[in-house]
Design a protein around this ligand. Structure first.
Ligand code: TRP
Ligand code: ZN
Length: 880
């Protein structure tokens, strides 16, 4: 039980059902920024009109405005406004004529803005982050996505410090002011909500290229960064061009402005932001260079550049009516960027990575106290709903529509959606309606995916009658209770399946196809297949056709059979994962019962078979042989036994390594490439296979392997190989060597901020003893800065999220540490504080002693004084 009564007035939730059309619309927004070191002045001239769609009689004009805005003047139709009301969040004006001009002048202090919402400074450069509700920290405004206006923006600043002045749209005028400063005026012809506004001012270098659209227009492409990073922008440029072409080819969508700009900033709360014509990116999602960026980093850059570009249609041209509809743009855009990455690289690997993330982290979120439908029904702080559920599960829901309709009808639906709603702010239901109207399919029941949270579970059984050749598959679906509902209606679930005959070949299913999509719509359903020559092995949920858990009592032999024969690459991988998971879960039980751990021989055979089969795609070999992570095993467990899971995983890794040392060594040797670095899919596959082999080999603690890894560290010409070697040593018991390499690494890369982040994470996530002490020491390191979210994520996120044994130390030290850091961060950057705190919210999954300690840590945060809405919402919902 939690006593909240001693708290200050509690933040209130807002509800989707309370949505009302805006009483006022904005026809045009004219902004004037005087950027200064102490004070920045923002003058806003708004043309406002009564919204004819709003039924209210003489409604109050409500403008959002954060309490940090210092209001210098306010004029209505040219006259000083004498009467208005202001509270912590809004400014209200009564008795307003139907059509007005409102002029406000406010002062703000971007240099002191550590929340990184609104206008702030990152490394001496001004930049903005307005989604979701940052614009109200810049000026008074109806800051909601269904209020769309054309913007013009004049930026005035010191010439020397801020030679580059950027905003949305096209530059229309520039010059000098009388006092020796300079200005640029920008106009964005496309009406947009305030959350897409952006401004950048700084001493920036850039690269430039162009793109000819499908209708023959030339678009100027510019990517800006600090001059020291100029050599790391080419990959993002190529990714942008590829994205633009792909969106034309796959969705028929063309870019609309004459210029597209991306700016890299170091202090950024998330990955990147799709501001119209002026994307702002976390440096980690745009800078790429072989020497400093890993393969994963390159792929992230490609994916995030694409994601933000795709938002120009799915997000900007068609935007959200309100923030409950966030998945309208995010789910759809994640689906789009995933398909893009699949087309550019290995489709199966991309799917494996996305599903792994979903099953490990989104399933956990969906089973925790913050679980919510992809369209939440209420929230206290919208920043808390930029979640794996809204993004990744949202993308899975769009993918299911794609599966149900097929590619042609899906494209017809997306065309209709974009045409019907171009320039509008709409709902997820409008999206589904367009898909329905274009395809003629009934998506009525399917809509439940938008309103019901939780991960459905499918329990599958089957029987085969050898007399008649009749095979029946029985499927039961259920969905666990989540905060918004205990009872769930059955979902409409597309279950893609194949049936393998005794030789491992696909049996022909309906219409000669080898994969059939079954429509599950009931709590219990049976599907019958006639005239099968033999008892088939079912290949269930091919390609992960729905975000559900599937239980089917596979035998070890059946799993081995699927690993060897399934025509669906994803399911071959999944069968291997299931085999490993089954083996490890059984070992966890042995471990808990104090029995001796013995490795299932079938696992050794299976791994050996994959290792020695040189007809396989190296990328898939690497995925397939990667042991399920401790986080994945924890998510699946009823009660998480952190130590047993760790012990078992290490046992399996070591046993496999010892028994298969030679083939692992052979794979390592075969994949040491001599060509120079390239981030293409085939080379990435070879490096990941090499790292995988190294990872197993390190478990043997063989002296020869140690010298091999040192050599890899010393000779690597790319960050992927070097970091893999560093992590391998630091995460092994070779303490001295680890420290030596860490020191060398730091001295070589101390001026490369993004590499320093990796250096912090390697240490924070090390399972070797003493992690908390190391993290405490690193908090004091010259490289650490609590105001830089990338640093916080690297060090604190690395410890709390990627080091289960240390974070869950039985004495509660990890929990208390996190609570203390969250309290510090709450005052500096609420969004980051709230995200960091996620691991504590999962207390129900642990043993009684840890539950108590975790709840104490949450209570410690709650009792610490005035909390941001962000942190309050997460803590109070977790304790409820
Ligand atoms: N809309 C952005 C995206 O998904 C992400 C985003 C939302 C964001 N809110 C943010 C980024 C706050 C930075 C800060 O691409
Ligand atoms: Zn997005």
């Amino acid at each position: 039980m939690t006593d909240l009564s001693s708290q200050a007035p509690q933040p209130q939730a807002i509800y989707l059902k309370d949505y009302q059309v805006p009483a006022w619309t904005v026809e045009s927004t004219d902004l004037h920024f005087e950027l200064g070191e102490e004070k920045t002045t923002v003058t806003s001239l708004l043309k406002l009109q009564r919204n004819p769609l709003c039924q209210q009689q003489s409604p109050v004009l409500v403008l959002h405005g954060h309490n940090s805005l210092e209001l210098l003047s306010i004029q209505l139709n040219g006259n000083d406004l004498l009467s208005y009301q202001r509270d912590d969040e809004q400014l209200s004006i009564t008795d307003v004529p139907d059509s007005i001009e409102l002029r406000t002048v406010v002062q703000i202090e971007p240099q002191n803005n550590t929340a990184l919402e609104g206008l702030y400074k990152s490394d001496g450069m001004f930049c903005t982050q307005c989604e979701a509700e940052g614009f109200r920290r810049i000026t008074f405004y109806p800051d909601r996505p269904d209020v769309m206006a054309v913007f013009s923006t004049t930026i005035v600043a010191d010439k020397v410090r801020y030679p580059v002045l950027l905003s949305n749209g096209n530059p229309v005028e520039q010059g000098e002011t009388d006092d020796g400063r300079h200005f640029v005026r920008w106009e964005d012809p496309f009406p947009k909500p305030a959350y897409l506004f952006a401004l950048v001012a700084g001493d920036l270098a850039h690269i430039e290229d162009s793109f000819i659209t499908m209708s023959g227009r030339e678009v100027k492409l510019q990517i800006f960064a600090e001059s020291k990073d100029l050599d790391k922008l080419q990959y993002a440029m190529e990714s942008l061009q590829k994205s633009m072409r792909w969106d034309e080819e796959v969705y028929g969508r063309e870019y609309d402005l004459d210029i597209y700009m991306i700016v890299a900033v170091d202090f950024f709360n998330m990955g990147a932001m799709e501001n119209k014509g002026l994307n702002i990116f976390n440096t980690s999602c745009v800078l790429a260079h072989p020497q400093t960026t890993t393969d994963a980093g390159f792929q992230r850059v490609e994916g995030v550049v694409a994601h933000e570009y795709f938002h120009n249609w799915s997000g900007n041209r068609v935007t959200c009516r309100d923030w409950f509809q966030l998945s309208l743009k995010e789910g759809f855009t994640v689906f789009r960027d995933a398909e893009f990455s699949a087309d550019m690289n290995s489709r199966t690997v991309k799917r494996v990575e996305d599903v792994t993330l979903l099953r490990t982290a989104q399933f956990a979120e969906d089973a925790g106290p913050m679980a919510h439908p992809i369209r939440p029904a209420s929230f206290i702080e919208i920043s808390n709903f930029y979640t794996l559920t809204v993004y990744e599960k949202g993308a899975e829901v769009v993918r299911m529509i794609h599966t149900l309709l097929g590619p042609e009808l899906f494209r017809k639906g997306s065309d209709l959606y974009f045409e019907r709603h171009d320039g509008q702010a709409v709902t997820t239901d409008d999206f589904v309606q367009a898909m329905e109207d274009a395809s003629g399919r009934d998506l009525g029941q399917f809509r439940l995916w938008y309103s019901q949270a939780g991960t459905p579970v499918l329990d599958v059984t089957d029987n085969y009658d050898s007399e008649t050749g009749r095979y029946a598959l029985h499927v039961q679906q259920r969905c666990p209770a989540t905060p918004e509902a205990t009872e769930k209606s059955p979902f409409h679930i597309p279950l893609a399946l194949g049936l393998l005959d005794e030789a491992g070949d696909d049996l022909p299913l309906a219409e000669g196809q080898t994969t059939r999509v079954l429509d599950l719509t009931k709590a219990q359903q049976s599907f019958v297949f006639e005239n099968l020559p033999c008892r088939p092995v079912p290949s269930l949920l091919r390609g992960f056709s729905a975000p559900v858990r599937v239980n089917y009592p596979y035998s070890i032999e059946q799993l081995q059979f699927l690993i060897a024969h399934d025509s669906d690459g994803f399911n071959r991988w999944d069968a291997a994962q299931t085999l490993m998971t089954d083996v490890m879960e059984a070992l966890v039980e042995d471990c808990q019962a104090g029995r001796e751990l013995v490795l299932e021989p079938a696992l050794v055979t299976a791994v050996q078979a994959v290792l020695s089969n040189d007809t396989l795609d190296p990328a898939m070999v690497a995925c397939t042989l990667k042991l399920p992570t401790e986080a994945y095993l924890a998510e699946r467990a009823e009660v998480v036994d952190v130590d047993a899971i760790h012990t078992v995983r290490e046992f399996v890794r070591t046993s496999l390594a010892v028994q298969l040392k030679e083939p692992f060594q052979a794979v390592y040797d075969a994949n040491c490439q001599s060509e120079s670095y390239s981030p293409d899919a085939a080379s990435i596959a070879r490096r990941s296979l090499k790292s995988l082999a190294l990872n197993y080999l390190m478990a043997t603690q063989d002296a020869q392997v140690l010298s091999q890894v040192q050599q890899q560290f010393a000779e690597a010409d790319n960050m992927t190989d070097q970091l893999a070697a560093l992590a391998a040593v630091v995460h092994s018991p070779s303490e001295q060597l680890g420290q030596q390499l860490l020191d060398q690494f730091y001295h070589r890369w101390m001026n490369e901020s993004l590499v320093v982040n990796q250096w912090l994470t390697v240490q924070a996530s090390s399972p070797q003893p003493g992690a908390l002490q190391r993290v405490l020491a690193l908090l004091e390191h010259e490289a650490f800065d609590m105001r830089n979210p990338n640093r916080v994520r690297a060090l604190l996120g690395g410890f709390c999220g990627q080091n289960p044994t240390a974070f869950h130390a039985a004495d509660g030290s990890g929990y208390r540490f996190l609570a203390e850091q969250v309290i510090v961060l709450n005052a500096l950057n609420p969004q980051i504080a709230s995200r960091l705190l996620t691991p504590l919210t999962r207390w129900r999954k642990y043993d009684a002693a840890r539950q108590l300690l975790m709840k104490e840590a949450l209570q410690q945060i709650l009792d610490s004084g005035e909390l941001s809405k962000d942190v309050f919402e997460v803590v109070s919902k977790s304790l409820a």
